[in-house]
Ligand binder design. Sequence first.
Ligand SMILES: [Mn+2]
Length: 562
Amino acid sequence: MTNAPFALPSNTTYVIGHRNPDADAICSAIAYAALKEARGEKSHVAARCGNSNARIDTILGRFRHPLPVYLSDVWPRVRDLMEPGVVTVPENATCAEALELIDRHDVALLPVVDAAGRVVGTISLPHLGGIFIPRVSKPKLMRQVHGTLANIARALKAVVIHAVDESRPEELYVRLGTMDFRSFWKISEREGIPAANSLIIVGDRTDIQLRAIELGLRGIIVTSGLPIDDEVVARARARGVNVISSPYDSATTAWVVRTASSIERVVERSFGSVSRDARISDIRRKMATLAAPALMVLDDDGMLAGVLTKSDILKPIQTRLVLVDHNEITQAVSGADEVQITEIIDHHRLGPMNTAAPILFINEPVGSTCTIVADLFRSSGLVPSPETAGIMMAGLISDTLHLNSPTTTPKDAEILSWLSGVAGEEPRALAEAIFSSGSVIQAHTPAEIVQADQKLYDEDGVRFSVSQVEELGFSNFWGRSVEIAGELGELRKRDRLSFAALLVTDINTQNSLLLVKGDPDLIERITYSQIQKDEIFDLPGIVSRKKQLIPYLTSLLREIRS
Ligand SMILES: [Mn+2]
């Protein structure tokens, strides 16, 4: 799933309303971000997790404000926590080079890449340990170098006196030429190591050097930068024996030679990889059981994008949210429960919600979230810009049906009049513009109508959904009631809901119709009069989902349970 790679800057706090946002969710997010800025708190950005609609467009157009940033989800993903600028090592590197990179960059593991930059494996200290830690039970292996003479010269920072075919990968065995001339070569013969695979590390022992050349060894390494006889060089040329002058003493040279082995044989070819867009929550388990210290992060083309270590996954998630106009996680942007929620500003019922740390939670039973935000401006001694004041008026008017909804409080009226003065905007004119801004039912498909302002609820494990549309009169609805009812039934089946309901509210008369699809046990208990056999009920005087309809529906659910 590579949904929504919206790059989240790490220090941003998003102020965001509920899914399927209504005007109050959008307007209060914009206004609260403006309040934060007015208070000098940095990096608060208004966001939304759903599409706009005609009413929202009308409001934002009137006050010349862009739509908030769209976030399809806030799931923390691998790319948010991975280490991007990864040091890699080419597969033909020497162990010395790999070791130096591990040491210099203080990493547990290096990705090994081929010429095209594709990961072929990984290398870590434990892998290299086999090269550097003596295995006394296998002395022959201890003397083995798997690489090229050129690599050996490079590792030794040596002067090459004479070289033959030095770039050929080969298996070489190293011996110190420290014994008596008569003993030299006896052990090698016993071990069955051919001269062509032998290297001798030797000081200024001309007798041993000449004997080695005579035997046709692959090369001699003269240590401590000691002078080499012209005769030795001449005979080596004639016999095709390599001669290298190492600046190090014999003991050091013997150590360093072994690090010239190519990493090829110690690369761990099996490694775990993960897409940069994978959700952190999906890979936690994989990470816990992983033997290696890290996962390779690959981009869409399979190229290395970064490395995710076991400690990266413990880093705190940087994405922060302020929830406005909702507090139930089922209504929040997808992934909200995986990031830090720092504040909640709301006027709905309390739903089940846990936070790891204490947060600022303002929940006030007033007509709109914009009322609360405007009140915060006022009590802080701050005056919003006329545009922000107008946007708050719009959220307030939209949610309270211009102070007519039963959710309306005296405070809403008082705040609306204060905002009206700041914005230089007449509430009645604004209300007219908002409520005549286009019929949702006329302009949209049945699927869009039932999802435009849909909210999901979870009541003791009973999942249900209640959508609402506000219309000027019911005529548009009656024209399409059958197809809308069909869509509501589809929605219920698809989302496996106990029931799905749609409240169609007439703003003119302040009455609603309720369309319900679902559990017959619940539908039978509805005490309002049924208009048609089609599960449409007449709800006179009901206009508020949160204050009237939800409490009524939850009381029916409680009846069923008891
Ligand atoms: Mn609201």
